[in-house]
Write a protein that binds this ligand. Structure first.
Ligand code: ATP
Length: 319
């Protein structure tokens, strides 16, 4: 392969730029040309291409977001849209494509591979909700943003002796809430995969209050429901003054952590290696600190699971 493309798709995640940088530099190292595709699959259909050089990815390893921009496109889900994308790539001489994104983006990558352009998926999403990898790019940064925010909320929670419900991202996956909850010593962690009885949450809060706790923190993944509803129910069921904080999009931004920069660099480079070997329809990932790759079709059929041992531990530590 002599010329490849790279795009970012779906929700942006800190570390996507480090992954773009790694793909561009690794490809140039192997004397390949690289085309940056702007605005995800929408840009692929529109031929929104830019030649990438060593300097195009200078000064971006520490930046959040994505210099290639991201977009969601309904049109690309159709056969017609995908054929238009293949045509654009043929016209530009792009022989393989690296897709940095989440599982929706990988479905698109699989379709393009079936239509003759080998694609490699690089997992970039803060939710850590993709099978076939221990971590996705962006998860660690987002986790640390949440920890920082909760530590700050805790200061005011203690001063006013309040209970705080903190709603974090995670529609189907509770990793952010679980890891953050364990990191901040939350009283309860509410995630889509493991639903506690509401009475257990109330019991834990009351027990803590009785032994003189000055504040309580509850971590809630958005997929479980609204933080405001949970906060209201707690106030109704206890005497505790309760406040709700929805962290929202600050969880998506910021400079990537060392973990995310290293992960993004390793995964981006591994994706180029696969294309160099004429492989397509694969997703790169990390398992026990080793870079692995798997068939995208298999990955899409599998579900990411939370670490049950961690969930159990969080309960044992918040008795
Ligand atoms: P995130 O996890 O951050 O939401 P994602 O990659 O899962 O990221 P999606 O919005 O699901 O985000 O997908 C991104 C884009 O991938 C879609 O806008 C669409 O263009 C393409 N895509 C999604 N599903 C399919 C599909 N079944 N076939 C072809 N393309 C798809």
């Amino acid at each position: 392969m002599k010329k490849i493309g790279v795009l970012t798709s779906g929700g942006d995640a800190p570390g996507m730029n480090a992954a773009i940088r790694a793909t561009v530099r690794k490809a140039i190292y192997h004397e390949m040309e690289v085309i940056g595709v702007k605005n995800g699959y929408q840009g692929l259909m529109d031929g929104n291409f830019e030649e990438m050089h060593l300097g195009s990815v200078g000064d971006i390893i520490h930046r959040g977001g994505t210099i290639l921009f991201s977009a969601r496109s309904e049109k690309f889900k159709t056969d017609e849209g995908q054929l238009r994308a293949v045509e654009q790539m043929k016209k530009a001489g792009i022989e393989g494509l690296i897709v940095i994104g989440g599982d929706g983006s990988f479905k698109g990558a699989q379709k393009l591979t079936e239509k003759g352009v080998p694609c490699i998926g690089v997992p970039g999403t803060i939710d850590n909700d993709i099978a076939g990898t221990d971590f996705t790019i962006g998860f660690d940064t987002s986790l640390n943003t949440i920890i920082d925010a909760v530590d700050k909320v805790r200061d005011t929670a203690t001063s006013h002796e309040r209970t705080y419900v903190i709603e974090v991202m995670g529609r189907d996956a509770g990793d952010l809430a679980l890891w953050a909850g364990l990191s901040v010593g939350a009283e309860s962690i509410l995630i889509p995969e493991q639903k506690d009885e509401f009475s257990q949450i109330v019991d834990r809060l009351n027990r803590g209050h009785k032994r003189g706790k000055k504040h309580s923190i509850i971590l809630l993944a958005e997929g479980v429901g609204s933080g405001f509803d949970v906060g209201k129910k707690i106030e109704e069921a206890t005497d505790l003054e309760t406040r709700v904080t929805v962290l929202g999009h600050i969880q998506r931004g910021g400079s990537p952590t060392g973990q995310d920069r290293v992960l993004a660099s390793r995964l981006g480079a591994a994706a180029v290696e696969l294309l160099l070997n004429n492989k397509g329809g694969r997703m790169v990932g990390i398992r026990n600190n080793q870079i692995v790759d798997n068939d995208i079709n298999d990955i899409l059929k599998m579900k990411h699971h939370i670490n049950n041992e961690m969930f159990q531990l969080s309960k044992e530590l918040s008795i």
